[in-house]
Design a protein around this ligand. Structure first.
Ligand SMILES: Nc1ncnc2c1ncn2[C@@H]1O[C@H](COP(=O)(O)OP(=O)(O)O)[C@@H](O)[C@H]1O
Ligand SMILES: Nc1ccn([C@@H]2O[C@H](COP(=O)(O)OP(=O)(O)O)[C@@H](O)[C@H]2O)c(=O)n1
Length: 669
């Protein structure tokens, strides 16, 4: 998961591969609530692990519901059988509408029936998202709900006991958010000694979400009778009972980004999306039809989709998106690549989501250079003629971040490729914490367009530390090129090959079975991370690194680290020999005494024995050999920036390098 201020995406030219979707947010949070309220134990598999489900799980725990995570990531919830063991709780629900609305209804009804006092709150934006229609409906039943802030918005206090009047139909508005109706449907079975009728006022929006609610209630033994979309009856004596085990479908709204990616970039192999298919419950799966109407080629499997580019440019569409409000945001970005203006209507609900999405979408699309018109419940997007290099604001809205990442694709001819900055990319944690990492695994870019930052310098100057920290801040990959020479030396030693036997050492280097995983380094199956850091391996590395055939053998391997979104490469010759076109080259030095002391502390902390005088001698010998060898001697590139960090802290060094990087890569705001 990226927790960084911005992410720069290079111009992308294609996409292919397989993605496994995270669990659906809507289904996950509905199931958690139903499982908590029901009788019996429920095991929920493929539950979404993200901010919105985390706040729901925390809230359930504070309401006295026991749950635990199993080894396979599934969650087992002990149902409360409709009775809370606590009479007070304070639940913080972040910005999760799918937690706030149904919990408000459940706690209003349960406190009215059994007594108690409960508080619900969220982040500042949650306190701007209306809940009045639900609160009015619940007050109509006799529930005691106090607005603790602005009337009609969270935070709320729900208390009781209070007599409930359930003999008249419950009325709720359906034209602002279907989540109000969903909240009532999920929770009224708790008090359904007699049949309860819900009547919807106004035209119900987002009907597919209500269908999900009805289907999940049926799994919990409550069969709601529906007359059109206006009247729903919860039969007398309904009781929520756990079905035992449930599997959460992949998130269909999240699928929209990868469907779009396939439509825009899969010119050869398809993008295959696993986790939803023909029988998906979620209405947003119909986004695939909209994408097909724009030209995507889509093949359906039972639990997967395969998407390729079809029509090109895409075909403009005019579409009422009332049934796919969330996924429709992705269409607005696809419209940049269409053959004419596209108009999306029926999207009034965008205005009351994580942000005012119509305004946000229009503002950011215009920054890219697009012509956009907007109204109360529609947006019209014209295709983009030429891309402007810009920084996209994401408004703490995960969908803004995800759908704008698609604008990094540059398959149109005739427009110069530009990179794109996404601000606060970590906001995707709301529903899809690994979205960007997943995207990086699918997209292709011309290597020449992938940014590289080189950090070269003598041993123990802090290159590795600086490279890791800078890469973390930028969301980039790291190449520790020294590790390749160290691994070569280690492999030679293990194979009994003399370090000066150039052809045999080079042959080993050419097929080095080295891979990196979660910060660890493996040679074949063996974890050699610590072994590589031993001083004698470093000396061996310095010896094999002087052999031109070894350097040649490792050249291609080093180039292969240049992957989307970018690379920080550390070594001796990154800027001179491997990435001479790098955007920024830093030559890092520190006094020999400082370096010897740093290395000493580093070795001691790792449990190696060391003495400073010996280290200083070795380090000076290594410097001399690295500088004097004929193949890629250690020296700053002509265009390198010199950084002597003898008297600089690690933080200050990182700050300096990031400042240089920013200078090189200014984006329009
Ligand atoms: N600016 C700095 N100030 C103090 N110590 C540093 C600084 N940069 C790195 N170090 C420390 O020096 C040691 C060697 O750093 P490392 O990154 O392994 O160097 P290199 O990769 O250049 O050999 C590490 O223990 C690291 O924490
Ligand atoms: N790009 C590189 C990286 C390392 N090397 C060699 O490999 C040895 C080990 O590199 P390293 O970066 O792991 O070493 P330290 O700087 O951490 O001591 C160095 O002494 C260099 O001789 C190189 O020649 N070229």
């Amino acid at each position: 998961m990226l927790k960084i201020p911005y992410l720069d995406l290079p111009p992308l030219c294609g996409a292919a591969g397989t993605v496994r979707l995270p669990g659906s947010k809507s289904i996950s949070n509905r199931l958690l609530l139903l499982a908590a309220l029901a009788e019996g134990e429920t095991r929920i598999e493929q539950l979404l692990e993200a901010d919105d489900t985390a706040v729901m799980l925390d809230a359930l725990r504070s309401l006295g519901c026991a749950w635990h995570r199993n080894g396979d990531g599934s969650v087992t919830v002990q149902g409360l059988g409709g009775h809370l063991p606590v009479s007070q709780a304070d639940c913080f629900l972040g910005n999760a509408g799918t937690a706030m609305r149904p919990l408000a209804a459940a706690l209003a009804l349960l406190s009215a029936r059994d007594g108690g006092r409960f508080f619900l709150s969220g982040v500042a934006r949650m306190h701007e998202r209306p809940i009045r229609d639900l609160v009015d409906a619940l007050r109509g039943l006799g529930c005691q709900i106090e607005d603790l802030g602005q009337p009609g918005y969270p935070p709320l206090a729900l208390s009781g006991p209070a007599p409930l009047a359930l003999d008249q139909p419950v009325r709720v508005r359906g034209d602002v958010s279907s989540q109000f109706l969903t909240a009532l449907l999920l929770t009224l079975p708790l008090v359904a000694q007699r049949a309860i009728v819900i009547e919807v006022e106004g035209e119900l929006i987002s009907k597919p979400y209500v269908e999900i609610t009805l289907a999940l209630l049926a799994r919990f033994n409550v069969k709601v009778e529906r007359e059109g979309w206006q009247r729903f009856t919860i039969p007398a004596g309904s009781r929520l009972r756990s079905p035992g085990r449930l599997v959460v479908e992949g998130d269909a709204s999240a699928a929209s980004y990868f469907i779009a990616l396939g439509a825009l970039g899969a010119t050869q192999a398809p993008v295959r999306i696993e986790g939803i298919g023909r029988d998906a419950l979620q209405g947003d799966v119909r986004f695939a039809d909209a994408a097909a109407a724009m030209g995507a080629q889509i093949e359906w499997e039972d639990h997967a989709l395969r998407v390729r580019r079809g029509a090109w440019p895409l075909k403009a569409i005019q579409l009422d998106c009332v049934a796919i409000p969330d996924a429709a945001m992705t269409l607005a970005v696809m419209a940049l690549y269409a053959d004419g203006p596209s108009r999306l209507s029926g999207i009034a609900s965008w205005r009351v989501k994580e942000t005012d999405r119509i305004a946000a979408m229009a503002t950011e699309l215009r920054k890219l250079g697009a012509t956009v018109a907007e109204g109360p419940d529609w947006i019209e997007v014209h295709p983009l003629q030429s891309w402007r290099r810009t920084a996209i604001h994401t408004y703490d809205d995960h969908r803004m971040a995800m759908c704008f990442s698609l604008a990094a694709l540059h398959p149109l001819t005739g427009t110069p490729p530009q990179d794109l900055r996404i601000l606060d990319p970590g906001c995707v944690a709301k529903t899809f914490p690994d979205y960007f990492e997943t995207l990086f695994g699918l997209v292709q870019a011309d290597p020449a367009h992938i940014p590289v930052l080189c950090i070269d310098g003598p041993t123990a100057s802090g290159k590795g530390t600086l490279a890791d920290r800078v890469a973390d801040q930028l969301g980039y990959w790291v190449l520790d090129s020294g590790a390749l020479y160290r691994a070569t030396a280690l492999a030679a030693r293990c194979a009994g090959v003399a370090l000066d036997d150039e052809p045999r050492v080079a042959a080993l280097a050419a097929r080095l079975p080295l891979h990196f995983e979660a910060g660890r380094c493996f040679l074949d199956e063996e974890d050699v991370t610590d072994a590589l850091r031993a001083e004698e391996v470093g000396l061996g590395a310095s010896a094999v690194a002087a052999l031109p055939a070894v350097r040649q053998a490792l050249h291609q391997l080093q180039l292969s680290f240049r992957r989307v979104p970018g690379l920080v490469a550390d070594g001796r010759d990154m800027g001179v020999a491997i990435f001479p076109q790098a955007q920024l080259k830093v030559f890092l030095t520190a006094s020999a005494a400082q370096r010897a002391e740093r290395r000493y502390k580093q070795l001691i902390s790792k449990g190696f024995s060391a003495n400073i005088a010996g280290l200083l001698q070795d380090l000076e010998a290594r410097d001399a050999r690295d500088k004097s060898r004929s193949a890629s001697p250690l020296a700053p590139a002509q265009d390198a920036r010199l950084l002597d960090n003898s008297d600089l802290s690690i933080d200050a060094s990182v700050e300096q390098v990031l400042a240089w990087w920013d200078e090189k890569r200014a984006f329009a705001d």
